[in-house]
Design a protein around this ligand. Sequence first.
Ligand SMILES: [Cu+2]
Length: 476
Amino acid sequence: MRIARRGLLAGAAAFAAGSMTAATPVRSTPVAAALCETGRTVERHLVAAQRPHRIGGAEGPVVQAWTFGDEALPIVRLRRGDELHAHVENRLDQHISVHWHGIRVPNAMDGVSYLTQPPIRPGDSFDYAFTPPDTGTFFFHTHCNTIEQLGRGLAGVLIVEGDETVPFDAELVCVLRDWRVDEQGRFTPFTSATAAAKAGTFGRLRTVNDQVVPVMDVPAGGDVRVRLLNVDPTRIAELGVEGADAAAIAVDGNGLPPLPLETWRLGPAMRLDLAMRAPGLGEEAVLFDYFAAEPIPLARFRGVGPGIDRGRFDPQPLILSDFPAPDPWTAEKLRLTFQATAVASDLVLPDGQILRYADGMCLSGSTHWAINRQSWPEAGHERLPPALFDLQRGRSYEIELVNATQNQHPIHLHGVTFQVLDPRQGTAGQRADTVLLGPRDRVRIAFVADAPGDWMLHCHVIEHQETGMMGYFRVA
Ligand SMILES: [Cu+2]
């Protein structure tokens, strides 16, 4: 489904920050001045609880979802420079902690149970407070028993505004996720040993904003910003729009020179912002997933009046946030190899106890995957293994990510935004927080280890993560 879009430079040429160059001329992307201080604090009360939630549409089943509020998919909107105060209350019967995916937060706010904070126990609460340094499209989810918690719907969207030089006529937020439910709305298993050892467990009901092929009204002829988020634990989509011109303008919240959209492979946890010229009055454009035998329609965009005449489609680049540029000359080179373990093995503690999901544990009972031959957790989240590597604060690192398996793995690093040095999806030097590795694929990323703490590094196919494909690195 992919066709060659542009000539690409070798990754090395695109290493330096701000040199995101393609062979055809592109507009440069403006860079923001220092973080502006709005002095504004945004308070949000997020109460994790089970609530009935109708999915799929008016005729769809009602599921017993786990959500952060009456709104099943809360959207937290900040302006650049705003501080977020999120009071998180746990009314579920199991541990939670909230991770702010892609946001460069202080380590204590990163929301990884046992690694960066004690879990929020049932009945307890925790206050998160931070000022996101970057604009863009992000999301938040729990980081403990994530396969079930995310599967039951526990997530939200976080948008940091302030990156537009020209305002759009409208904005859409499109959250892609599948529901693992039967026709009566009962949840079906979130995982199995067979699926966890392969591509993972897929849902039966595919939704955008929890609707099946929703019709979304857009101002006819206008320019629309479409924020696409894949919050599914498993599904990789190959997205494209038919019936409208569209350009990729941000990856994981980070601007890029507008790139005409053919299709875009969006793995779990990845985000893509589009600029789209809305269809004419009464016309429709369709968002498709082409990663299937037949293209699957996901959402319809319908042009509604009075109609806008914007002339030629000419999307403008977003403003890039400040970013510590990795230094290619001094960067230390490391390698991470993502592997399948030969035999699924039980997680056995030194005292002989075999781990299962239980109080205090955030893992499954067996491992199928490893990073650099190490399956974490071999001893649960409570008993930390050594870090995959220790990084020196302020130093540049170049990491080669090697996929030694036949499966795809969206690899996510906490605590940093990295540059993807090798060409990916028509970009080179793109900033991201999650990068999709194809089977037997390899890609180099680079970043400055500027934030002290222990940071997770894992596959975002959650069943892979929870059966061994996770670890952490230490910045000190
Ligand atoms: Cu994976």
